[in-house]
Write a protein that binds this ligand. Structure first.
Ligand SMILES: [Zn+2]
Length: 281
């Protein structure tokens, strides 16, 4: 009896102290995340597609949950996704997204070729556009974890989703989060995963892509140094590179992006609230 009791006590203690599987924040906006119940967890894992792309499906306590990345250019209003159960039964589920007032950021870039590229650079940009699209749409079967950490320490210098104007010309909205930090400061993997790509691209400069599984990826740009190699497994917090100013930049900083089902989503939605809302946008 005595032993049984202490066993129960220890078991309960372990249960309480084990970190619970954490999900990102559900935020139904362009560039946000929709967490949708798709099937009871006693069924086999269903597959889910949104805008014809596979979506991360995670086993919760009672249900399978789809973790859907909503694109920044998504239309406000109803969105739909397709659920295919292991029995091949197919259903559709909808969710609704609201508009969000992303701010406008005006930047001056000294290197004019990074804003109005010459012919050679334009060819390179086009090639890299398709290559980056392919990388973003990587979908592996590994179960991702969402206990993200900030990849470096520094000043918040550019929020996700900002509408951007470079040298008075409109460009794509900001696909990540900028952290201004000194040259050479360590950049860490935000979660465990496998290095999908390392190299130098026109806009991102020296860049590392990490595949966390099920279409969850993270990207670290403008690095002065890359420390990891393609195919290498990394742990959360492992140093993967150093802060730099390569690519299209106004100064030394880390650009950090997070992708879900091929869409760049707000990285702050993966961080604990204390990191997420330190500064109001
Ligand atoms: Zn950036």
């Amino acid at each position: 009896m005595k032993y049984t009791l202490s066993f129960i006590t220890i078991f309960t203690y372990i249960l309480i102290t084990l970190p619970a599987y954490s999900f990102p924040r559900n935020d139904l906006k362009p560039g946000g995340i929709a967490i949708i119940t798709v099937a009871p967890s006693n069924l086999l894992k269903p597959s889910v597609t949104y805008q014809k792309k596979s979506v991360a499906v995670i086993k919760g306590n009672q249900n399978w949950l789809a973790v859907v990345g909503i694109p920044l250019n998504a239309k406000i209003g109803q969105q739909s996704m397709t659920i295919t159960l292991a029995s091949k039964k197919r259903t559709t589920k909808t969710f609704s997204i609201k508009d969000y007032p992303y701010r406008t950021q005006r930047l001056t870039i000294k290197n004019k070729n990074k804003v109005n590229p010459n012919k050679t650079s334009s060819k390179r940009i086009e090639r890299e556009f398709f290559f980056k699209k392919k990388l973003r749409n990587t979908f592996t079967s590994n179960t991702p974890h969402f206990n993200f950490i900030l990849p470096t320490v520094g000043r918040d210098s550019g929020r996700f989703g900002m509408r951007r104007i470079f040298n008075k010309q409109k460009r794509n909205p900001h696909s990540g989060m900028d952290i201004a930090a000194p040259l050479g400061r360590s950049v860490k993997a935000t979660e465990a995963g496998r290095v999908l790509f390392t190299g130098n691209l026109f806009f991102t400069g020296n860049v590392v892509y990490i595949d966390h599984g099920n279409g969850l990826l993270s990207l670290y740009a403008h690095l002065s140094k890359i420390i990891v190699k393609k195919g290498q497994k990394v742990n959360r917090g492992q140093i993967i590179g150093k802060v730099g100013k390569t690519g299209r930049v106004t100064g030394t900083h880390l650009h950090w992006s997070v992708y879900l089902n091929g869409n760049a989503v707000d990285p702050r939605l993966f961080l604990p609230i204390k990191n997420r809302d330190k500064k109001k946008q």
